[in-house]
Write a protein that binds this ligand. Structure first.
Ligand code: COA
Length: 328
């Protein structure tokens, strides 16, 4: 017994914000952003769109691709750091939009590693309990709502979007899509990537707003180093557990943070650049959504064939990291 992907979907908002647009907003340049990050443009949600709306767009396409109705879902897990509101969960808000009346729903917060954490949880639920048959996992973010548009060191990096997967069971272990996984966290680094205020530690006040503490804050170069080390280490563990050599991986699908990070990870794993799936130039860093956006492009573009190995790896605030070896 195992699990398989029944359908994948993604959604990005229509509005495109280019590096040239950003040049008019902060002291930056297309040249700086492209050479340091590989990003050329990102999508920005409309003012009236919340994360659940982006998630709904991706989920509807994933359900359509899976050929199942929302009522057939047993659970919905939304991974996000930009939930619609602190509570109720964005997963419950999404449930209502989809009409998934038979699902239990919850949010999962593991920053950019969120979709892979959600996949691990869904895998465990499906394989451990026979009453759960179909689970929808989604990474969805409206990062434009937490980015400080006056801070050039962060605002150029992020974008909005959502990626969704419908997972079901398979009887035949040959069809099982999750071959190996590795998840980890290190709470010693909570302060290098965070939103300082708005929770119980520092509730919203006139002072926190004046100090711009409700925006994402990041120590960029520290995050860079931790990201490369953690993803490489985690990928190696997964490959070892699966008994698979790096050369056997068809696609390395890393969280799309920065093409320099992706290249460094691939280089240390001995995976050629042609084997690294990258769309960071078009979407920027969409946190929990990014791997879902890649997988949807791979699926719809027919870029992987049955039996291919895809090595998914992510890293984010927490710190959190995760790698999953998928058999397509
Ligand atoms: N445009 C122009 N200059 C900028 C800039 C921008 N948008 N942002 C920062 N700079 C400046 C800095 O002020 C600094 O200037 P100084 O040398 O005069 O002080 C200079 O560029 C170099 O900054 P530095 O932070 O050393 O650049 P970097 O090569 O480390 O690249 C990041 C910065 C943010 C692109 C890089 O650190 C990074 O990608 N980090 C990881 C971010 C990430 O992926 N986070 C999410 C993980 S899930």
């Amino acid at each position: 017994m195992g699990i398989r992907i029944l359908g994948i979907g993604s959604y990005v908002p229509e509005k495109v914000l280019t590096n040239f647009d950003l040049e008019k907003m902060v002291d930056t340049s297309d040249e700086w952003i492209k050479t340091r990050t590989g990003i050329e443009q990102r999508r920005i949600a409309a003012a009236e769109q919340a994360t659940s709306d982006l998630a709904c767009g991706a989920a509807a396409k994933a359900l359509e691709a899976a050929g199942i109705k929302a009522e057939e879902l047993d659970a919905i897990i939304v991974a996000s750091i930009t939930v619609d509101q602190i509570f109720p969960s964005t997963a419950c808000i999404l449930q209502k939009k989809l009409g998934a009346k038979n699902a239990f729903c919850f949010d999962l917060e593991a920053a950019c590693s969120g979709l892979l954490y959600a996949l691990e949880v869904a895998n465990s639920l499906l394989t451990a309990n026979k009453k759960y048959k179909k689970i929808l996992v989604i990474g969805a973010e409206k990062l434009s709502s937490i980015v400080d548009w006056e801070d050039r060191s962060t605002c150029v990096l992020f974008g909005d979007g959502a990626g969704a997967l419908v997972l079901g069971k398979c009887r035949n272990t040959e069809e099982n899509c999750i071959v190996a996984s590795n998840l980890g966290s290190d709470g010693h680094y909570t302060d290098i990537l965070q939103i300082p205020a708005g929770g119980s530690r520092l509730p919203a006040s006139a002072e926190t707003i004046a100090n711009r503490q409700h925006y994402l804050a990041m120590a960029g170069s520290e995050v860079f180093k931790c990201a490369v080390t953690a993803m490489v280490h985690s990928c190696k563990k997964v490959l070892k557990e699966a008994g698979i050599a790096a050369e056997e991986v068809r696609w390395l699908v890393p969280h799309q943070a920065n093409y320099r990070i992706l290249r460094a990870v691939a280089g240390r794993l001995g995976i050629p650049e042609t084997g690294v799936y990258m769309n960071v130039s078009r979407y920027g860093n969409t946190s929990a959504a990014s791997i879902g956006l890649c997988l949807d492009e791979i699926a719809r573009g027919g870029l992987a064939k049955p039996g291919d190995y895809l090595l998914l790896t992510a890293f984010g605030g927490g710190l959190t990291w995760a790698s999953i070896l998928l058999k397509w």
